[in-house]
Design a protein around this ligand. Structure first.
Ligand code: 13P
Ligand code: SF4
Length: 305
């Protein structure tokens, strides 16, 4: 990484009064420049309480959209227009409308990995870091969860007294879907004392093998607090970099070498620099959509405790 471009980014951040929010899956060079690095929930919360004029989001587009929904008067930028999470487009407004009529008594909880239009039709938003707590606090016996079926399965296991219905036919994350039980079994033989940390987006057959299922921030917390010094990491490999730099004396083993989110990796130091320099790419959410989408996000923040 050239020292000049890092200096340019730092001085542009200062001149423009910009906040740089960085998701845990980003490249370590981008982590180093971030004002806050975190999971999707932590970053949404940080965006809500900033007094900066501009928010630059190094993460997936749905995360930047969430920041824009919470900050209608601020400029929210994403350095690449290609950082679109495919899962966020699986639960369409048309499907929301149809299943609302099919389950009139259910609360509709949408994963933060959705578009602004879909959030605008939801009762509540959830992330991997707060889904169980938020749904427990809802006080409703039936909850429709989507688009991620694996997350819905995880929530159901944690709260058996509520009926958790995954949205029929949608959806999953192609990165987390790659992990197979044999990936984990092989590593367990090699590192029998390692703790297995998995994201709730992995398949139920992998969830069964994990010692702990948590969000990316949850994994950082577990690595800090656990007595173990070896961990098998079952999520996108950007988190492995983040864990290694945060806890250099511990060993982190990626469950697969190809667990890479191509869309999040579209963000680079160079397009981050151009983003700050040229105000690109600005997130635009139609005001009527933003107004409706804000309610389920605000409600999630409130119920997260
Ligand atoms: P976290 O909220 O756990 O960081 O997850 C976001 C995501 O996109 C996982 O694939
Ligand atoms: Fe979307 Fe999966 Fe990438 Fe997360 S890892 S942003 S769910 S494609």
């Amino acid at each position: 990484m050239s020292i000049e471009i890092v200096k340019e980014i730092e001085s542009l951040k200062k001149d423009r009064n910009a906040l740089l929010l960085v998701h845990n899956y980003q490249d370590p060079k981008i982590h180093e420049l971030g004002d806050f690095i975190g999971d999707s929930f932590e970053l949404a919360r940080r965006s809500k309480f900033t007094d900066k004029d501009i928010i630059v989001f190094a993460g997936a587009e749905f995360m930047a959209e969430t920041a824009a929904i919470l900050n209608p008067l601020k400029k929210v930028l994403i350095p690449s227009s290609m950082a679109k999470c495919p899962m966020a487009h699986m639960l369409t407004p048309k499907k929301m409308k149809y299943y609302r009529t099919q389950y009139p008594n259910a609360i509709i909880a949408v994963y933060v990995n959705t578009t602004a239009e879909t959030k605008a039709m939801a009762d509540i938003c959830i992330t991997s870091g707060n889904a169980v707590r938020v749904i427990r606090n809802l006080d409703n016996k039936q909850v429709l969860v989507g688009p991620d079926r694996n997350l819905a399965h995880y929530i159901q296991q944690q709260i058996p007294d509520i009926e958790v219905i995954p949205f029929p036919k949608v959806g999953h994350c192609y990165v987390h879907q790659k992990f197979t039980p044999s990936d984990i079994e092989k590593l367990k033989v090699q590192f029998p004392e390692a703790e297995i940390l998995a994201h709730p987006e992995v398949k139920p057959s992998i969830q069964k093998l994990a010692n702990k299922i948590c969000s990316t921030n949850g994994m950082l917390k577990e690595a800090r607090n656990s007595l173990s010094d070896k961990f098998i990491i079952v999520t996108e490999n950007g988190l492995v970099d983040r864990l290694r730099s945060s806890f250099p004396t511990k060993l982190f083993i990626p469950a697969r070498k190809d667990a890479i989110c191509i869309q999040q990796k579209k963000i680079t130091i160079y397009n981050l620099y151009l983003s700050l320099l040229n105000n690109r790419y600005r997130i635009h959410i139609p005001p009527n959509v933003a107004k409706k989408a804000r309610l389920p996000i605000e409600r999630m923040i409130e119920l997260s405790g």
